[in-house]
Structures are given as structure tokens and as C-alpha cells.
Design a protein around this ligand. Structure first.
Ligand SMILES: *[C@@H]1O[C@H](CO)[C@@H](O)[C@H](O)[C@H]1NC(C)=O
Ligand SMILES: *[C@@H]1O[C@H](CO)[C@@H](O)[C@H](O)[C@H]1NC(C)=O
Ligand SMILES: *[C@@H]1O[C@H](CO)[C@@H](O)[C@H](O)[C@H]1NC(C)=O
Ligand SMILES: *[C@@H]1O[C@H](CO)[C@@H](O)[C@H](O)[C@H]1NC(C)=O
Ligand SMILES: *[C@@H]1O[C@H](CO)[C@@H](O)[C@H](O)[C@H]1NC(C)=O
Ligand SMILES: *[C@@H]1O[C@H](CO)[C@@H](O)[C@H](O)[C@H]1NC(C)=O
Ligand SMILES: *[C@@H]1O[C@H](CO)[C@@H](O)[C@H](O)[C@H]1NC(C)=O
Ligand SMILES: *[C@@H]1O[C@H](CO)[C@@H](O)[C@H](O)[C@H]1NC(C)=O
Length: 443
């Protein structure tokens, strides 16, 4: 081989690796901004429907405007601070967890909740009809926009009043009760409109406020919750999840269940309002979720990938799970077996990211660790002329997220490699081109 060509090829490869690393670090959604879902938020909408000096009717809606993050059981627990001495007299479609001290309303019927900081939970499915409202009673679960656009919202109504008659004032300090979300101050927006008489007449709220809540993986947890391993038909070595991806065996607080053991009954506390504790199988990565990407087969014009998601959490079933993957060849995805798929392209022209999720009643529940604690799919992708190659780990994903949280990837220099021959430059140039394109878009 021409030595000059070799040097050029090497440096091109190094530069592209650097850019790749830079990209990985710059697209991290850890601080609340997610380039894959730039407008993603959960909006709490507060509509003042009726107002009289002593009583106000309010409708509160919680809308999950996130493309791929959903809210699982035990669900949202909405909280706020009243600015005065308001009490909630009645509530439909949800309930306050505590009634609190209502002694200031002695005599007659007592309010539903007199707490200064009420905490509201959704009713469970099948709640009595007279306690329901439209969109209520899902046990706090909210689907993502892509997975099930009909179940992304929750709503409840309440009647509030103060001991002293006063005008309505908007409460403050909203919280969703889900790790990782922080909510901004309420902002008064154009009043909500409601259609009646089949759309011939519109009524409107007396006032509407929005509270926007944003997710940050870093706020939710400082340690990752999933990792990625690789293999390929052309190389017999399996690249495992990086050691200590989520925690390290032997660290204080890092408990795990050895293979063959069952978790002790003491740890299986069943409180429906609490997130089940995480107790993982002992592995060198200690993650509750492992995603394995196997480059399975090569055909003349197509290639095949198998993705397996393993649940290593011995205490948790993941309902409505989803997986987001970034790979440049996803734009030529031809067929997906046994998962649903939807491309996520927020920038119109790069179509390299997509979301996978389970098929209802078949594999939309990722069961707790054990023989059936996994879901899998195979993808058939068309080899794109000019970019496709098995060299330099091109066949492996650039990013993987499980339930909206970034997974830890093996370092690029460990990717399964083809035995050496010599045409890598084409690949490297395309990576550079691609990386620069992405960089330009991100800045
Ligand atoms: C929240 O999401 C909705 C829907 O995508 C969007 O219209 C709204 O502007 C977002 N709000 C913020 C503050 O980003
Ligand atoms: C909201 O939270 C801030 C900071 O914790 C606190 O100072 C303020 O009093 C709270 N607002 C109300 C109405 O309690
Ligand atoms: C309940 O609230 C009243 C005033 O509204 C107060 O006097 C009383 O001490 C409170 N009781 C408790 C147990 O906090
Ligand atoms: C109610 O109003 C009276 C007088 O208008 C006032 O003295 C009292 O502090 C008020 N109570 C509360 C809880 O704001
Ligand atoms: C307020 O929230 C509603 C969601 O119900 C959204 O349609 C609207 O765009 C939001 N307004 C602002 C100003 O963010
Ligand atoms: C997970 O689902 C299986 C089958 O439906 C059930 O037997 C098991 O108890 C569930 N585990 C948890 C932690 O809910
Ligand atoms: C994006 O990719 C999907 C397959 O992954 C394809 O069905 C869709 O047509 C592509 N869209 C564009 C605009 O290229
Ligand atoms: C498989 O890939 C590894 C890099 O992860 C490399 O060290 C090894 O030489 C490759 N094996 C073969 C047969 O090429």
C-alpha cells in the first residue's frame, strides 16, 4: 500500500473518531435539552371555569407532549403550594392523598383537602362512574405522543374555596412527583376554548395558566440505567457492556442478586404508590437493562440486525417500554419484525433516528428478570450505496436510549472488527461529512 495514502487514511480516521466523541458528548440530554425531542415537555394546564367570591371551579389537565418519554406506574403525583388558605372542597377524576387539618372549616361538611401543599393522584381504572371525568382514571400513567397519542393526557376537576372570601390566585411551586422533572412558574396564556352544540358554539375558560415541566436524566439519577453490548457475524468476540456502566459490584449500596438466587421476600415491599425498588442481577455492568445489537447477516443488497433487550431488574416489569436508536442506515430500514417502529426526524432531512416499542398484548411488557425477561426484534436494512460498510464499526448504533434514558455504549475502539484489508477511507470521509452535517445542525 502507498505509505502516504496510509497516513492520510489514519489521520482521517483519527479526526473522525474525535468528531464522533465530540458529538456523543455534545448531544447528551443530561441538562434538560434533548435534540431528539427539542419541544418535549409535560404541560400542566389550569383552566378556571367558574368563579364566585367563595368558590372556584377548576379543570386541571396534564399533557405529555414528549415524543418518546412516557409516565409509568405508580404514575404522576401532582403537587403545588396555595398562596392563601384555600381548600379543595370536592374533586372529580383524581384525589388528594391527605385531607389534612380542616379544623378551620368546623361546622357542616368538611372539604376534600385542606393541605397547604396538596398532593393529587390519579384514580385507578374502573373508578366509580360518579367520580370520573373525561381523560381520568389511568392510575397516573401517561403514554408518549408517538406510542399512543390517545392516552397522553390526564384531567381532573375540583372546586376550591378559601375560608376568607377572596379572588382566585394561581398556586405556585408545581411538582409532578416523577424523578427528573422540574416545572417552571405558571404562565397565563390565552383561555382554553370548548366547543358545544356540535361545534356551532364555543365557550371559554375565565382564565388559563400553563406550567411547563422538563425532563433531565441527570436530575432523575446520576447513574445510568442501561448499557449496550455488541456482536457481529464476522467476528466471534462479543463486546460486553462496559464494566461498572451503572454501578460496581462491591460498592457500598450496590446490592445485587446472584444468579440462581431469588430476591429475598423482605425486599419485595408492595406499596402501589412507590416505585418498586431496583434490585438487579449481579453482572459486571450492574444495569437493570441491557440492549444487545447483533449484526446478524449480510445479503447482496440488504443486511440484518437483531436487537435484544434484557431486563435484569428482578423486581420490575417495564410496561409500554420503548427504545430509541440512532444509526445512519435507519433511513433505509425496510422491515421490522415483532416491534413497532416510527422514525423520529426533528430536523426534516436527517432520518437516522427511530423509536421502537412493543406490540400490544404481545411484547409491550418487558417482564422482570428471568427466562422471559427479554424482548427482541430483527431489522432488515438496505445497504446504502456509498455509505454502507461493515468496517470500523459502522454497523453499530451511535446512540441507544431505553425509556428516554441514554444507555452506556462500549468504547468505539472495541467494536467487533473485520479482519484487516484496505479500503476504509471512503467510510471515514463519509463519517466526517456526516458528523460535520450533524454539528452544523446542532450549533
Ligand atoms: C410544550 O410542548 C408543546 C407541544 O409540543 C409546545 O407547543 C409548547 O410550545 C411546549 N412548551 C414549551 C415551553 O416548550
Ligand atoms: C414556593 O417555594 C419557594 C421556595 O421554596 C418558597 O419560598 C415559597 O414560599 C413557596 N410559595 C408558596 C406559596 O408557598
Ligand atoms: C389545625 O389548624 C388550626 C388552625 O386552623 C390550629 O389551631 C391547630 O393547631 C391545627 N391542628 C394541628 C394538629 O396542627
Ligand atoms: C381572614 O380575614 C380576617 C379578616 O378579614 C383576617 O383577620 C384573617 O387573618 C384572615 N384569615 C386568613 C387565614 O387569612
Ligand atoms: C399552553 O398549553 C396548551 C396545551 O394544552 C398548548 O396548546 C399551548 O400552546 C400552551 N401555551 C403556551 C403559551 O405555551
Ligand atoms: C410481572 O409480570 C408477571 C406476569 O404478569 C407477574 O407474575 C409478576 O408478578 C410481575 N412482577 C412485578 C414485579 O410486578
Ligand atoms: C425515514 O425512514 C423511514 C424508514 O426508517 C422511511 O419509511 C421514511 O420514508 C423515511 N423518511 C424520509 C423523509 O426519508
Ligand atoms: C474481532 O474484533 C476485535 C475488536 O473488538 C479484534 O480485536 C479482533 O481481532 C477481531 N477478530 C477477528 C477475527 O478479526
Amino acid at each position: 500500500m502507498n505509505p502516504f495514502y496510509f497516513v492520510v487514511q489514519r489521520s482521517v480516521y483519527m479526526v473522525s473518531t474525535l468528531i464522533f466523541f465530540f458529538l456523543l458528548s455534545s448531544v447528551s440530554p443530561s441538562y434538560g435539552y434533548d435534540p431528539l425531542d427539542p419541544y418535549g415537555n409535560i404541560t400542566i394546564k389550569w383552566d378556571l371555569l367558574q368563579s364566585s367570591p367563595d368558590r372556584n371551579d377548576v379543570k386541571v389537565s396534564i399533557l405529555n407532549f414528549q415524543l418518546y418519554r412516557h409516565i409509568e406506574r405508580p404514575g404522576w403525583r401532582l403537587g403545588w403550594d396555595w398562596t392563601g388558605d384555600e381548600a379543595i372542597w370536592s374533586m372529580q377524576g383524581a384525589e388528594a392523598t391527605e385531607q389534612g387539618n380542616c379544623s378551620r372549616f368546623r361546622g357542616g361538611q368538611l372539604p376534600h383537602c385542606c393541605e397547604k401543599k396538596p398532593l393529587i393522584v390519579d384514580l385507578l381504572p374502573g373508578a366509580p362512574y360518579n367520580m370520573q371525568t373525561t381523560n381520568c382514571c389511568k392510575g397516573g400513567v401517561l403514554s408518549s405522543m408517538i406510542q399512543d397519542p390517545t392516552k397522553y393526557a390526564a384531567a381532573f376537576q375540583m372546586n376550591i374555596g378559601a375560608a376568607n372570601n377572596s379572588d382566585f390566585t394561581m398556586p405556585e411551586n408545581f411538582t409532578l412527583g416523577i424523578p427528573g422533572y422540574s416545572c417552571a412558574k405558571p404562565v397565563q396564556v390565552a383561555p382554553s376554548r370548548y366547543s358545544s352544540d356540535g361545534g356551532r358554539r364555543w365557550t371559554q375558560a375565565l382564565g388559563t395558566w400553563n406550567v411547563t415541566c422538563i425532563y433531565s436524566q441527570f436530575l432523575a439519577s446520576t447513574s445510568p440505567k442501561c448499557c449496550v453490548s455488541f456482536s457481529a457475524f464476522y467476528n466471534s468476540s462479543i463486546v460486553p457492556c462496559p464494566k461498572c456502566s451503572c454501578s460496581c459490584q462491591g460498592l457500598p449500596g450496590a446490592t445485587c442478586v446472584k444468579f440462581g438466587e431469588t430476591p429475598s421476600l423482605l425486599q419485595q415491599i408492595k406499596d402501589p404508590n412507590q416505585e418498586p425498588p431496583s434490585l438487579v442481577r449481579c453482572t459486571q455492568h450492574m444495569c437493570p437493562i441491557r440492549v444487545h445489537w447483533h449484526v446478524k447477516q449480510s445479503y447482496k443488497e440488504y443486511w440484518r440486525v437483531k436487537i435484544t433487550v434484557n431486563n435484569l431488574n428482578t423486581m420490575k416489569n417495564y410496561s409500554q417500554w420503548n427504545l430509541v436508536a440512532l444509526h445512519p442506515n435507519l433511513k433505509s430500514l425496510t422491515q421490522v419484525f415483532s416491534f413497532n417502529y416510527e422514525p423520529l426526524y426533528q430536523y426534516g432531512y436527517i432520518n437516522d433516528t427511530g423509536m421502537f416499542w412493543g406490540i400490544q398484548y404481545y411484547n409491550d411488557m418487558l417482564l422482570q428478570e428471568g427466562e422471559s425477561g427479554n424482548v427482541q426484534t430483527e431489522l432488515l436494512l438496505r445497504k446504502d450505496q456509498g455509505t454502507f460498510t461493515f468496517r470500523e464499526g459502522w454497523g453499530f448504533p451511535r446512540r441507544i436510549m431505553f425509556n428516554g434514558d441514554e444507555c452506556v455504549m462500549p468504547p468505539p475502539d472495541q467494536y467487533p472488527r473485520l479482519p484487516n484489508t484496505g479500503h476504509g477511507a471512503k467510510f471515514s470521509l463519509s463519517v466526517i461529512f456526516f458528523s460535520l452535517l450533524l454539528l452544523i445542525i446542532m450549533c
